[in-house]
Ligand binder design. Structure first.
Ligand code: ARG
Length: 625
């Protein structure tokens, strides 16, 4: 896959010379960039304008009837020209190119349509050569490094919808950066430190059972925590009330579970070996289970970090820097940053080190940033966390800035998302990630059973139901913009109708079945010459145009960091396929064997694109269902 191979191939199709070079073009990975390069070069010969600007002004369209590419004339930033007149002038002067129709001026655009005659020869071999890497770019030069931190549940606490969304969206963003040629480190930042761990230890002494811990570690730790937390709640409420009334809370917090909890956490922070040994056991046992459960989703983490793993020396370094910059002040025994005072309106004041001398969530996060900056030298670090923590992350990033590390602060990004409404009301009690996955699988299985004829043909219905059930939840989650809240609707998401996960999986399974049946009938595009002239009809051309867009769509998603950008595209492809099956038959096509082979190649390539899109989203495509 070299540029000169590609150029030689295109030359044989009648395209002029070598591919014109533009810095923003990546013709090796993006077929639309081949078209862009030739069109931009042709425009350059008839237009007095910076060539880079011309290239950038060639944009994709959202409606095929408006062209495959349009030149957005105002973007050329030419003085004293009327876009409309310029469009007409360019259209009349534009040199004939074999692979595009003569351009059409419309308002302030010049529309370009790919000629159906050469389209199949450009697009099909391009994708068939690249297979699984179609849609990906080569490694960035120099290699850029990203850390994507996602999922990050709290040990001994419920795995809630916020963690589920972080897991789904985070896995996608990590894949996306990799597709764009970045080196990605996936980090799970466990909630494995803090006072709640002190409370869990107190609960363990009262309610812990070695057998139950062995059998179902995550569930048992959660049960213990829930029990002790219920006992603790009245004390917590009393303390809150005192605080609200402006009374001192020290008295309340000096006895009962409050005192026990704080004492245990204090021992952890002081490095007491017994306290740490218990904590380490809970942590190890939990991670062991997490690894398996994430594997069900096809997700692995490079690092199980966590609040506990922050280097104490770095914590002190952060505080020293904050003091030196004069932004760290003492307030009744705790250390705070008054963000308002430092020009950050609306961020209030944050406690950075608590009155009892323990570190806070914020302080640990800031120190972790410094540790990671040194260890990984990242170019970007992305936190995939619910929008409930919007202002929290603003505080974290501002703190990094205030301590004099604006260079690092500039590399930090919070990718947020909205809420899922009523997951447990509509879905029954879910507490662990495995509960959620089990319920999706069984809901999907119920839907599959309603079609008895199909159901008996599925080889391993449990496995298929598990995969398609997970797809259903993921697709529902990624359908809207991240920031939107959405209702958890098990009926809708498991339906085969509408833009759902099962619909996309069905589309993939159908294409797989077409390939199997074709092969059985002696139609094998891998073994025979493909007659591209058989793919010049409207349906074929429509599919090829859409397939050729995929790398552009991945690039667009990289800018928006919205999974819906990919998903919307895949649904468009799936709908186009659905309306083609009757028109473009493979087995028994009345147009003869050559047409059958060409169409089999077309569908096979569409399946590859669908597959690559699903994989990017973190979905495992099924062959049969
Ligand atoms: N464990 C936290 C929670 O469940 C999420 C952690 C987000 N990441 C971070 N670096 N603070 O709310």
């Amino acid at each position: 896959l070299t540029l000169s191979n590609l150029a030689a191939y295109l030359q044989a199709l009648g395209l002029p010379g070598s591919i014109p070079a533009f810095p923003a073009a990546d013709p090796i990975h993006n077929p639309n960039d081949i078209y862009r390069s030739y069109i931009a070069a042709a425009l350059e010969s008839i237009l007095d304008c910076d060539r880079g600007l011309i290239y950038e002004a060639l944009q994709r369209t959202t409606t095929p009837s408006k062209g495959d590419l349009v030149l957005v004339l105002p973007r050329l930033r030419l003085k004293n020209v009327k876009p409309k007149e310029l469009g007409a002038e360019l259209a009349s002067k534009f040199p004939a190119l074999p692979f595009i129709s003569p351009p059409v001026p419309v308002d302030s655009f010049l529309q370009f349509f790919y000629a159906p005659k050469i389209l199949p020869q450009v697009i099909l071999p391009f994708i068939r050569d690249r297979t699984g890497s179609y849609g990906k770019r080569g490694p960035t030069e120099p290699r850029k490094k990203a850390i994507v931190e996602f999922s990050s549940p709290n040990i001994a606490k419920e795995f809630h919808a916020g963690h589920l969304r972080s897991t789904i969206i985070g896995a996608f963003i990590a894949n996306l950066y990799e597709s764009m040629g970045w080196e990605v480190t996936r980090i799970n930042y466990l909630g494995d430190w803090g006072k709640q761990f002190g409370l869990l230890a107190v609960g363990w002494e009262k309610y812990g059972s070695e057998e139950l811990l062995e059998a179902q570690p995550l569930k048992h730790l959660l049960d213990v925590y829930v029990k002790i937390n219920a006992e603790f709640r009245p004390e917590e409420a009393a303390s809150k009330q005192a605080r609200d009334e402006g009374r001192d809370t020290a008295e309340i917090e000096s006895k009962g579970l409050f005192a026990e909890r704080n004492a245990f956490f204090q021992r952890m922070e002081n490095g007491d070996p017994d306290a740490l040994a218990l904590w380490q056991r809970f942590r190890d046992i939990s991670i062991e289970r997490y690894i398996d459960i994430y594997a069900r989703l096809g997700i692995h983490f490079d690092v199980y970090a966590g609040e506990s793993q922050v280097n104490p020396a770095t914590v002190l370094e952060v505080e020293a820097a904050l003091k030196e910059k004069g932004v760290y002040t003492e307030d009744k025994g705790s250390w705070v940053i008054d963000f308002e005072q430092h020009g950050f309106k609306g961020l209030g004041t944050a406690v950075v080190r608590g009155r009892t001398g323990t570190t806070t969530y914020l302080l640990r996060d800031v120190a972790a940033i410094l540790d990671r900056a040194r260890q990984y030298e990242f170019d970007e670090m992305i936190y995939v966390v619910s929008s409930e923590q919007d202002s929290y992350f603003q505080r974290v990033f501002k703190t990094v800035q205030l301590m004099g590390r604006a260079d690092i602060a500039a590399k930090l990004k919070h990718v947020n998302f909205g809420k899922v409404m009523g997951m447990s009301t509509r879905f029954g009690k879910v507490e662990l990630l495995s509960d959620i996955l089990d319920k999706c699988g069984s809901a999907m299985h119920d839907v599959m059973r309603t079609n008895a004829v199909k159901y008996v043909q599925v080889e391993d219905p449990d496995a298929v139901a598990d995969t398609v059930g997970i797809t259903a939840v993921m697709v529902q989650d990624m359908s809207g913009k991240r920031i939107n809240n959405y209702p958890f609707d098990i009926g809708r998401m498991t339906s085969f109708e509408g833009d759902t996960g099962p619909y996309l999986q069905y589309c993939h399974a159908r294409l797989s079945s077409i390939a199997r049946k074709a092969k059985a009938a002696g139609i094998d595009p891998a073994e025979s010459e493909i007659d591209y002239a058989r793919l010049q009809d409207d349906h074929s051309a429509g599919l090829l145009r859409t397939m050729g867009e995929f790398p552009d769509i991945v690039g667009l998603a990289f800018r928006t960091l919205e999974p819906t950008t990919i998903l919307t595209y895949l649904f468009r492809l799936a709908h186009q396929l659905s309306s083609s099956y009757d028109v473009l038959q493979v087995v028994g096509a009345s147009e003869g064997h050559a047409a059958s082979v060409a169409r089999a190649a077309l569908y096979d390539t569409a399946r590859q694109v669908l597959r690559n899109g699903l994989r990017l989203l973190g979905i495992k495509p099924v062959e049969r269902m």
